[in-house]
Design a binder for this molecule. Structure first.
Ligand code: ADP
Length: 621
C-alpha cells in the first residue's frame, strides 16, 4: 500500500465519510469522545491558570483572604473536572466496547445484503480479509478514524487554550529602561512566533516521516498476520488435528511458519526500519520539541526577570505555550495519520461500496394454500461470473406442482447450478425463469425465496440450541420441531438428549453442547427444511452422509415427509431416484433426457441407461 497516491484532501474526505458512518452506528461514542477530549485538554490549562494566580499572590501581596479564595477555587475546580473526566472516561470506554461489535455489524450487514454472486468472488473475499488484517495489524481503517476524533478535538482545545493563556505574554511589557526592552520589539515577537511555528512543523513532519514506516511495511505486515493466523492456529484447529497427527506434519507446519513469517522478528525489515531511519526521524521529532521547550523557558524567564510579570505567570506562560506547541504538533501529526489512514479507508469503502447489481422487483408472491406455484425455465443459459464456459445451456423445463422430481448427472454436469438459479442465488445469463408466468426478477426477493426450502450439500448448522437450529428463530412451536425431527429420523437421538430441544449443538458456546455426526447433522438440516414448510423442498445429495439404514428409512416414508410439496432431489445414487415421478438427466450443462425411471432406462442409447449400468455394478437392485 502506498500513501503517496493519497492526498491530504482525499484523506480528510475519507475521514468525514467514515465519521458519518460511525456516527450512524454509535453516536454515543462520538459525543463521549469529543467531551472527554475537550476536558482532558482543558484540565492542565485550568490548573496552570489557577496555580499561576496563587503563585503571583504569594510572590506579591500575600493577602490571606485572597489566597484562601484561590486555593478553594483550585480545589473545587480540580475535583469537579476530575470527576467529570472519570465519568466521561467510563462512558467512552463502555461505548468503545460496543464499537467493536458495531464494526463487525457494519461488515456483517454488508455481507448479508450483498448479491450472492459477489460473496463468491475472490476479489470480495480478499477485500474483506484485507480490511480485517489492516485492523489487526495496527487498528488502521474505521478504528483509526474513531481515534482521530480524540486526537483532533484534544489538539483543537490545546491550541485554543494555549493561545488564550499566552496572549498576555506578548502584551505585558518590560520596563523601557531595562536592558531586555528588546524582548518587546515587534521583530522579536515575530521571531519567537516564527521559531515556534517552524519547530512545530519540523517536529511534526519528522514524526510523520517516522510513522510512514507503518505504511511502507503494510504489505509484509498483512502477509505476516495472514500467515500467523493460518499457521499459528492450524495446530489448534480440531478439524485438522487428525490429519496433522497421522501424517506427522506438526514440525513441518512450524518450520514453514518460521521460514515464511519473519515479519515481526528482531531481524525483520520492520524492526530494522524502526531501529534505523524511522527511529531517527522519531528521535529528531522529540529532540526538536525539547529545543522548543528550552527556547520558550528562556523567553518567558527573561521577560519575568525584566519585570513584565510575576513569577507565578512563568508557569502559566510556559504551560500555555507548551500546550499550544503540543496542540499544533498533534494537529499536524494527526493530519499525517489521516492521510495515511485514507489508504486503508479506501479499501474499507471499496468493500462497502460494492453495488447490488441484481434487480429486485416489488411484486409479492401470492400466498396460496393449494401450493399452486408453477415454475418454468425458459431457454436458460448461465455462465458463472468471471468464467467463459457455460455451466448451463438452453435449459427448458417446467415443474409439475406436487410432483417428486430427481435431477441426476455426472459431477460438474450443472445440477447444483440449476438449483442455485431456481433459488435466485444467481440470475440467468440468457433466458428467463418464470413463476406463475412472471419473470422471477419482478418479485420481491425475500418473498420469492420464501417458497423454497433447500438442504444444500454443504449446509451449515449453528452453535445454538437444537430447537432454534431447526426453527431458525428463538420462539418456535416445539411440537412442530419434534415432529419434523421425527420425520427426518432424528427422534431416537433426540430422546437420548437430556435437555431435548434445548441441547446446544457443538461445544463452541456451551460446555454441555453435543458433537453430532455428519449423518445426524444432515437429518437436522432436513428437519429444518421441513419446518420451513415451503411449497418447494429441494434436497441436494440429501442422503450422502446417511448410513444405508437411515437412507432406506427416509426414502420409505418420503411421500409422507414431503406431503403435498413439490420435491426436487439431486442425487448420485440413481437407485434412490426410482420412486420419483420425473427424472431430469443433466449432461454438460444441458438437460439431455427427461421422464420416468422406466422410460429412461428403456432407452439403451441414452445417458441415463449408461449411468444406471455404471452404478448397477455396485448396487444389486
Ligand atoms: P454438479 O452439481 O452437477 O456437480 P455444478 O452445477 O456444481 O455441477 O457445476 C457445473 C459447472 O459449473 C462445473 O463445470 C463447475 O466447475 C462450474 N462451477 C460450479 N461452481 C462454480 C463457481 N462458483 N464458479 C465458477 N464455476 C463454477
Amino acid at each position: 500500500m502506498n500513501n503517496d497516491t493519497m492526498t491530504y484532501r482525499e484523506g480528510v474526505k475519507y475521514l468525514m465519510r467514515s465519521w458519518k458512518l460511525l456516527f450512524k452506528y454509535c453516536p454515543g461514542l462520538f459525543i463521549s469522545t469529543i467531551l472527554y477530549s475537550l476536558i482532558v485538554a482543558a484540565i492542565p490549562l485550568v490548573e496552570v491558570w489557577l496555580s499561576a494566580r496563587i503563585l503571583n499572590e504569594l510572590a506579591a501581596s500575600r493577602r490571606p483572604h485572597e489566597l484562601m479564595r484561590l486555593v478553594l477555587a483550585q480545589l473545587i475546580v480540580s475535583a469537579v473536572l476530575a470527576v467529570a473526566r472519570a465519568v466521561l472516561l467510563r462512558w467512552k470506554n463502555c461505548e468503545k466496547d460496543a464499537f467493536a461489535h458495531m464494526k463487525d455489524r457494519i461488515y456483517a450487514e454488508k455481507m448479508m445484503g450483498m448479491d450472492y454472486e459477489d460473496i463468491d468472488r475472490q476479489y470480495v473475499y480478499d477485500l474483506y480479509s484485507q480490511i480485517l488484517q489492516n485492523d489487526n495489524w495496527s487498528g488502521w481503517g474505521l478504528d483509526a478514524s474513531m481515534c482521530r476524533i480524540e486526537d483532533l478535538f484534544t489538539a483543537l482545545m490545546r491550541i485554543l487554550g494555549g493561545v488564550g493563556l499566552s496572549v498576555t505574554l506578548f502584551l505585558s511589557r518590560v520596563s523601557p529602561s531595562s536592558p531586555f526592552a528588546w524582548l518587546d520589539h515587534p521583530l522579536c515577537i515575530v521571531g519567537i512566533i516564527a521559531v515556534l511555528l517552524f519547530v512545530t512543523i519540523a517536529s511534526s513532519s519528522c514524526a510523520n516521516r517516522g510513522n510512514a514506516c507503518w505504511s511502507r511495511h503494510s504489505e509484509e505486515a498483512l502477509f505476516g498476520n495472514r500467515s500467523f493466523v493460518f499457521y499459528g492456529y492450524m495446530s489448534v484447529e480440531r478439524k485438522r488435528a487428525a490429519d496433522l497427527r497421522i501424517y506427522g506434519q506438526q514440525k513441518n507446519v512450524c518450520d514453514i511458519y518460521m521460514e515464511k513469517n519473519d515479519t515481526f522478528s528482531v531481524n525483520s525489515a520492520i524492526a530494522k526500519d524502526f531501529r534505523g531511519a524511522a527511529g531517527l526521524w522519531k528521535a529528531l521529532a522529540s529532540g526538536l520539541s525539547a529545543v522548543l521547550t528550552g527556547a520558550v523557558y528562556l523567553f518567558v524567564c527573561l521577560k519575568a526577570w525584566a519585570g513584565a510579570f510575576g513569577a507565578g505567570s512563568v508557569a502559566q506562560y510556559v504551560g500555555a505555550i507548551t500546550s499550544l506547541f503540543l496542540g499544533l504538533s498533534d494537529f499536524f501529526r494527526t493530519m499525517g495519520d489521516i492521510r495515511l489512514n485514507g489508504t486503508y479507508l479506501r479499501t474499507t469503502f471499496e468493500f462497502l461500496d460494492i453495488p447490488n447489481k441484481m434487480y429486485k422487483g416489488s411484486l409479492t408472491t401470492e400466498k396460496r394454500s393449494d401450493r399452486q406455484y408453477d415454475v418454468e425455465f425458459r431457454d436458460v443459459s448461465f455462465k458463472y461470473p468471471g468464467s467463459d464456459a457455460y455451466a448451463l445451456r438452453h435449459v427448458n423445463m417446467k415443474f409439475k406442482v406436487g410432483s417428486r422430481m430427481a435431477v441426476v448427472g455426472m459431477n460438474g454436469s450443472g445440477k447444483t447450478t440449476f438449483i442455485k438459479l431456481l433459488c435466485r442465488l444467481y440470475d440467468p445469463t440468457e433466458g428467463e425463469i418464470l413463476l406463475n408466468g412472471i419473470d422471477i426478477r419482478k418479485y420481491r426477493y425475500d418473498d420469492y425465496i420464501r417458497i423454497f426450502s433447500v438442504v444444500f450439500q454443504d449446509f451449515q448448522l449453528f452453535a445454538m440450541p437444537l430447537g432454534q437450529n431447526v426453527a431458525g428463530t428463538r420462539e418456535y412451536d416445539p411440537e412442530n420441531v419434534r415432529d419434523c425431527l421425527k420425520k427426518a429420523g432424528f427422534d431416537d437421538r433426540l430422546g437420548a438428549m437430556p435437555r431435548g430441544l434445548d441441547t446446544w449443538l457443538y461445544k463452541d458456546l456451551d460446555k454441555e453442547g453435543v458433537e453430532i455426526s455428519g449423518g445426524e447433522a444432515q437429518k437436522i438440516a432436513i428437519a429444518r427444511a421441513l419446518y420451513k414448510d415451503a411449497p418447494f423442498i429441494i434436497l441436494d445429495e440429501p442422503t450422502a452422509a446417511l448410513d444405508p439404514i437411515a437412507e432406506a428409512e427416509i426414502y420409505s416414508k418420503f411421500n409422507d415427509i414431503v406431503e403435498d410439496k413439490t420435491a426436487v432431489y439431486i442425487s448420485h445414487r440413481l437407485s434412490s431416484c426410482k420412486f420419483c415421478d420425473e427424472i431430469l438427466v443433466f449432461h454438460e450443462g444441458s438437460i439431455v433426457q427427461q421422464g420416468s425411471h422406466e422410460t429412461l432406462v428403456a432407452d439403451k442409447n441414452g445417458k441415463y441407461y449408461e449411468l444406471w449400468n455404471a452404478q448397477a455394478q455396485y448396487y444389486t437392485e
